[in-house]
Design a protein around this ligand. Structure first.
Ligand code: HEM
Length: 440
């Protein structure tokens, strides 16, 4: 006999807008307050619908191990107009499974390893541009590196002018993609071409035109190439069909959007943490000195460097909660949740659980050398069937870029006040750009 209570978990009432704004502003604070007040899980009504939030690893496990068929993508009403109906972030079920099968190999395994030298070259070039600056924002460097890396991985080196043009248009589209546009379809309002939504659509249109031109150029003049663009042009789904140009644009845009700001922010945080903890930095430098730091493969395998990256993503997860929508009712924590409710494992809550991470607010990379954390204890990349499709690529990129920077440069942190996480987009990032100077 089921002892289910046929009602939803308790949670804050209040307006959806106010609830959403609290989560946008400071998810960690909002979640802690609501966990304390209503228990775990709690239900919050947000602009994107009702969300059941949990920071309990047992419940997180239930979410990540549940059949993919029971969940739909979250926030589709806002995502489809921004990223397109063909975006991996917006599709569900069998279509989503097939899409991942087609796209994942391009950012994993041997393919991913071929991007190592792109990361190293981009990092050296962007740091060299700052060589004579008195000071600069580390986030500017890491953003330039990650944008260059993802665009080069996608486009290859077929045509430098096209790459530069697409990079400029992509940067502009990203700059105009304000967080609220992704959180609320109601913010997607046109006003004589002047509203933020109009400005975003205009940038996206220009990016699309440049993409179409590149696609026809490559169709007319096919060259054997290993970049993601060319691979997708020839890729086949299980039924033998190819990818439409609409779908290709949506997917490449999604990888660009999901894959550049995230890594950039994480690298800026890692720099901040290392420069704030001289003993950890010294340990890393010792490790870097013991390897051939010009070899991306060696850098990507350094245990302490990898631990620095893991701890950075634990301490300040870029995405603070992972979201899915139930497409059928589910028994969850003693509640009977109806279809349409979203489930949200709160990364910020679990990553700060003192039972799993003693001294959780401190930057201690060593914890990742001492033990392995389960996928319901540590999930900066989400989990289950929708886990980040670029996680291996991101980790590879971060270790190589950070290894290159810290093996070659002596940096000094110039921030006079503590830097804390603030909302940037769907992501959280540092409240300042992490100002540094090169000292040697
Ligand atoms: C530090 C860097 C990154 C972080 C922290 C991050 C985090 C995440 C998270 C939390 C999700 C949602 C997972 C879920 O719902 O379970 C996600 C999804 C995704 N990420 Fe990343 N990501 C990063 C880098 C990247 C990169 C470099 C790429 C592309 C090369 C990428 C592509 C994607 C895609 C396509 C999805 C959608 C997956 C799906 O719905 O099946 N991400 N990411």
């Amino acid at each position: 006999m089921s002892n289910l209570i046929d009602r939803l978990p308790p949670g804050p009432g209040g307006s959806k807008l106010l609830n959403t704004l609290q989560v946008l502003r400071n998810p960690q604070k909002a979640f802690s307050k609501w966990f304390e007040r209503y228990g775990d899980p709690f239900l919050v009504h947000a602009l994107n619908g009702p969300i059941v939030v949990t920071g309990n690893p047992k419940l997180v496990k239930q979410v990540f191990s549940h059949s993919a068929a029971e969940f739909d993508a979250f926030g589709k009403r806002a995502l489809v107009p921004t990223l397109g109906a063909g975006s991996m972030l917006a599709i569900d079920g069998e279509q989503h499974r097939q899409e991942r099968k087609l796209m994942m190999p391009m950012f994993h395994g041997q393919r991913m390893k071929s991007y190592g030298s792109i990361v190293r070259q981009a990092t050296l070039a962007k740091m060299a541009e700052r060589q004579s600056a008195t000071s600069f924002q580390m986030l500017d460097v890491t953003t330039a590196v990650s944008l260059q890396v993802i665009i080069e991985a996608i486009l290859g080196s077929q045509d430098e002018d096209t790459t530069l043009r697409l990079m400029r248009l992509a940067r502009e589209t990203i700059r105009r993609s304000l967080p609220i546009l992704f959180f609320s379809p109601r913010s997607q309002i046109s006003f004589f071409g002047l509203s933020p939504w109009d400005r975003f659509l205009e940038a996206r249109k220009q990016l699309r035109n440049a993409f179409d031109e590149e696609l026809s150029r490559r169709k007319q003049n096919p060259k054997p190439s290993e970049d993601v663009f060319s691979l997708l042009m020839n890729a086949k789904y299980e039924d033998g069909s190819g990818m439409s140009s609409n779908r290709m644009f949506d997917e490449l845009g999604t990888f660009l959007f999901a894959g550049h700001e995230t890594s950039a922010i994480a690298m800026a945080w890692a720099t901040y943490f290392l420069l704030s903890a001289p003993n950890k930095l010294e340990k890393l430098k010792k490790e870097l000195a013991s390897c051939d730091s010009s070899d991306p493969a060696e850098l990507a395998n350094l245990p302490y460097l990898k631990a620095v990256v893991s701890e950075t993503l634990r301490l300040n997860p870029i995405v603070t909660e992972v979201l899915r929508v139930l497409n059928k009712p589910m028994e969850f924590a003693g509640y009977q949740l109806p279809a349409g409710v979203a489930l949200a494992p709160a990364t910020v809550a679990v990553h700060y659980n003192e039972e799993i991470y003693p001294d959780a607010k401190a930057f201690i990379p060593e914890r990742f050398l001492e033990r392995n954390f389960a996928s319901n204890e540590y999930f900066p990349f989400g989990g289950g069937a929708r886990r980040c499709a670029g996680s291996a690529f991101a980790l590879y990129e971060m270790t190589i870029a950070l290894g290159t920077i810290f093996s070659k440069y002596e940096l000094e942190l110039l921030e006079t006040r503590p830097v804390h996480p603030v909302r940037r987009n769907v992501t959280m990032g540092p409240s300042s750009g992490v100002r540094v100077a090169i000292r040697a």
